[in-house]
Ligand binder design. Sequence first.
Ligand code: GSH
Length: 228
Amino acid sequence: MIKFYYHPSPNPAKIALFLEETGLPYEMVPVDTRRGDQFKPEFLAINPNGKTPAITDGDVKVFDSNAILLYLAEKTGQFLPENTPEARGQMLSWLMFVATGIGPYCGQAVHFSLHAPEKLPYAINRYAREAERHWGIINDQLGKHRYMLGDAYTLIDMSVWGWATRAQFALGDEAFGKLSNVKRHLDEISARPAAQRAVALKEQFTFKMEVDEEARKFLFPQNKHLVA
Ligand SMILES: N[C@@H](CCC(=O)N[C@@H](CS)C(=O)NCC(=O)O)C(=O)O
């Protein structure tokens, strides 16, 4: 059975949605990153990057959310676009775009506005504007058709959904004013029963929610190198 290494945050949410949509049997393994579970040797043996999500499927280990989505889509043959070079080219492009644009820029936007010990206007502005710009590209794409790749719901929609659930947190309460297509897409997917089960997964374990000194030590280990 698939073991799904999970924390209630945007990248694992994509995998929770895929697993729930397909009905693949899986066991959820909580990784409480605010308590340091991501640095346990048994987890690092699966994901040497020490971040969630990861899965094991028998002897197969897969880490990084978009790699896991592609692995599961290829394994099941579900939620893939048609098997043409054109459709596959678009799928790979958007998969990498979400992985390298949406995720990291939203993450850094939150980091510099909320968690950085100094409020640096240059860094706050750079990451907020870049996060907005990336979401604007998704919004334009969703203005052309119902889903990211056309008329069919695919793994790319699940990848976008994981982060869209946190877009307002990253960009501010007014974010959806300029991103009406993203909001429409988010609302449609969030209403799916599989998405509701994916969101409810966090209730199966009591994760630490506070970002206190202990959590900051685990989430931002590089800070120990800062000179006081
Ligand atoms: N590129 C990775 C990023 C994974 C990532 O940053 N995961 C976050 C949760 S959304 C995490 O585990 N954070 C805890 C930490 O950084 O220690 C992916 O797409 O899976």
